[in-house]
Design a protein around this ligand. Structure first.
Ligand SMILES: CC(C)(COP(=O)(O)OP(=O)(O)OC[C@H]1O[C@@H](n2cnc3c(N)ncnc32)[C@H](O)[C@@H]1OP(=O)(O)O)[C@@H](O)C(=O)NCCC(=O)NCCS
Length: 158
């Protein structure tokens, strides 16, 4: 299978935060930001796999600062590492003040997606081609996270 460059999976998704996205304290509802995160990461996974994918796990999703109504949310996703039928995607979410352009990091997340064949079963993915030092670091760190993620999955199954 031909390797696919990590950069080919990049997705940027932009969303104006509307009153309908609010929680009861007037900032964006966390579940809405989670949905955007899953969607953005899923598109990055599909760009790598060129196959249907499903979310297998979300092992870190940190809300670092609130997303306010009227701000622009900018989500960026990229495949960090490919294992066999699964891959880890990293997502960062920044907010932008429309009046000033000032940006702030509000969320980071790591999600695992699995590629499915026509029978709905996991299928092997093309390898990931990493070319920069940053991409190599992301791949190494994703490998460490996979080990603890799968160990935790085993523990939860008991
Ligand atoms: C994800 C899913 C396809 C895995 O199927 P499975 O029969 O457990 O398959 P396997 O045990 O062979 O695992 C396949 C791959 O998924 C990975 N995987 C499975 N569960 C995982 C989890 N919780 N976290 C991370 N990776 C996981 C395995 O490590 C394996 O990766 P590899 O091929 O790269 O080594 C299956 O559990 C599923 O369909 N889950 C529901 C997904 C879904 O509906 N998501 C939408 C949200 S409702």
């Amino acid at each position: 299978m031909t390797s696919v460059p990590a950069a080919a999976s990049r997705v940027e998704m932009t969303q104006l935060v509307m009153p309908g996205h609010a929680n009861t304290v007037g900032t964006a509802f966390g579940g809405t930001v989670m949905q955007w995160t899953d969607l953005c990461a899923g598109m990055a996974a599909m760009r790598h796999a060129r196959l249907p994918v499903v979310t297998a796990s979300v092992d870190r999703l940190d809300f670092l600062s609130p997303v306010r109504i009227g701000q622009i949310a900018i989500l960026r996703a990229q495949v960090n590492a490919v294992f066999h039928s699964s891959m880890e995607v990293g997502v960062v979410v920044d907010t932008e003040e429309p009046g000033t352009g000032e940006r702030r990091r509000c969320c980071t997340a790591f999600l695992t997606f699995v590629a499915l064949g026509t029978d709905g079963r996991p299928v092997p993915l093309p390898p990931l081609l990493v070319s920069s030092e940053e991409e190599r670091l992301r791949e190494r760190e994703a490998g460490v996270r996979r080990a603890s993620r799968l160990a935790l999955r085993e523990a939860l199954r008991r």
